[in-house]
Design a protein. Structure first.
Length: 477
């Protein structure tokens, strides 16, 4: 399963930096955004702190020592206007420039290796909401360029990803999606297929003044997604949502923390760093609420990466991305990409008839595989949509129950309010209120347990449907 990180935002709120959405041009209050995609499976988590002993060396390097990253850029617009996502070179450069703020300690982007390629693809976007409705994996593969050596960065700008902007000025959805760097990718039997999908998808709305005049956009989105390209996890990563996990993101100088829902309102007020400590039991220090890689951001100023995060980015690039081509060559699996031969090199597949005899049935087989994959992807998308719909219904039902419970408690409070100022009734009122609070707590706990049970049942049903999708494709193949 590919480890994909998405930048998401809650409905009705403006966008973020860490997992971005669109900032409301006129109002920065109430900003909240978060990554909507789950963390990768535990077996894909990198080994924590394995190379952080030398973290202090990950400071600004000499310019000659920077890792040069070739960048291939594709623009998929709704139409040929700026508002339709047809980005100019200058606007794209503002996105690339945001990279240096966080990664100039060890990396530089080189967009001169290729020209920006622009396409008008209105069929990829919902005619009403504008959100991307195409096949993400297919788009990654179709527009992937470069030598295929796992060091290039492919940026694909879409008119919109899953971000929407109603006329009331609110926003929802996510603006970026990245394939996480795989450790030792060359050991996978399908390494070349995985490398061919190694791209960053970005909404054109991250660029200022695209959604509307004065709209601030969210350039931090690219920097956050680049963090995943370099193997960085969310600083509040945990195996169970909302539960403190000492393993965290595997980096020692990012304190263990979570972002509880009941803290969101306070975090929207941008409290000073140091006032929030959600996992104090581990003694790691206050929450890094302004870190670039936190999964939720509330429109506050952003901090730089920590020394440990910088070291992890360098280690991932040097140990996972940089050796890929050499390792594939050593294993005999390296195949030069078409159109990437050195000057004067002849194409063996055009001269060697025996290669043609092998290639043609192979390509036919690959075509059938691709068609089967499209059928499977469509089936799985339908299952995911059903799951999201039913899950939303469960959450809505739970909110209604919680709201009713809170209203009931408020009515009791209003009723008891008349007794607080009568000495003969004060003790009774306090006891009555304490009992009612306890009853309310038990009721809410019951609601929570019921929701978890129903959610577990839903997950089981969805998993069965996913298996049915896979079985159906195999039977038809």
């Amino acid at each position: 399963m590919l480890s994909i990180f998405r930048l998401a935002a809650a409905a009705g709120l403006v966008a973020s930096a860490a997992c971005a959405r669109a900032l409301n041009a006129s109002n920065l209050d109430g900003i909240q955004a978060g990554c909507g995609t789950p963390s990768p499976a535990h077996e894909l988590w990198t080994r924590p702190n394995e190379s952080l002993a030398q973290a202090p060396r990950a400071t600004k390097r000499d310019r000659g020592q920077l890792h040069r990253i070739p960048v291939h850029i594709t623009v998929l617009a709704k139409d040929n206007t700026v508002e339709g996502g047809f980005l100019s070179d200058a606007r794209i450069q503002t996105v690339l420039d945001s990279f240096d703020k966080y990664y100039s300690f060890g990396f530089s982007l080189d967009a001169s290796v290729d020209t920006v390629r622009r396409y008008v693809r209105p069929e990829l976007f919902d005619p009403t909401s504008g959100v991307f409705i195409g096949d993400g994996r297919g788009i990654r593969r179709e527009y992937h360029r470069g030598e295929g050596d796992y060091t290039s960065m492919n940026l694909i700008f879409l008119y919109r990803l899953k971000d929407v902007y109603p006329i009331d000025g609110s926003s929802s959805g996510f603006m970026g999606e990245t394939i996480m760097a795989f450790p030792e990718l060359w050991r996978f039997s399908n390494a070349r297929d995985l490398e061919a999908e190694d791209s960053i998808l970005l909404s054109a709305a991250i660029v200022p003044n695209i959604v509307s005049s004065g709209h601030r956009g969210n350039l931090h989105t690219f920097a956050h997604e680049a963090g995943h390209f370099f193997g960085l996890y969310h600083t509040d990563r945990s195996k169970q949502e909302g539960v403190c996990d000492p393993e965290n993101d595997g980096i020692s100088d990012t304190p263990t923390h979570v972002v509880p829902k009941d803290w969101h309102h306070w975090l929207q007020q941008c409290p000073p760093v140091g006032q929030v400590n959600t996992c104090a039991q581990f003694g790691d220090g206050p929450d890094p609420i302004r870190n670039l890689m936190v999964s939720l951001h509330f429109g506050c100023d952003m901090d730089d990466l920590t020394p440990g995060q910088r070291q992890k980015a360098l280690d991932t690039f040097e140990n996972s991305r940089l050796p890929y081509k050499r390792k594939m060559q050593e294993l005999g699996h390296w195949v030069q990409r078409q159109g990437q031969q050195s000057q004067g090199q002849q194409r063996q597949d055009q001269q060697d008839d025996s290669w043609d005899e092998f290639r043609q049935p192979h390509e036919k087989h690959q075509q059938l595989r691709n068609e089967a994959q499209k059928i499977l992807d469509h089936c799985l998308r339908q299952v995911e949509q059903e799951y999201n719909h039913e899950s939303a219904k469960l959450r809505q039902k739970r909110r209604r129950k919680d709201d009713e419970s809170q209203r009931h408690l408020q009515r009791i409070w209003d009723w008891l309010n008349g007794y607080w100022y009568h000495p003969q009734h004060t003790d009774w009122a306090l006891q009555k209120w304490a009992q009612l609070e306890e009853d309310n707590r038990q009721v809410r706990q019951h609601y929570e347990q019921e929701e978890r049970r129903l959610q577990a049942d839903l997950v089981q049903i969805v998993e069965q449907k996913r298996q049915e999708c896979t079985k159906r494709v195999h039977e038809e193949a």
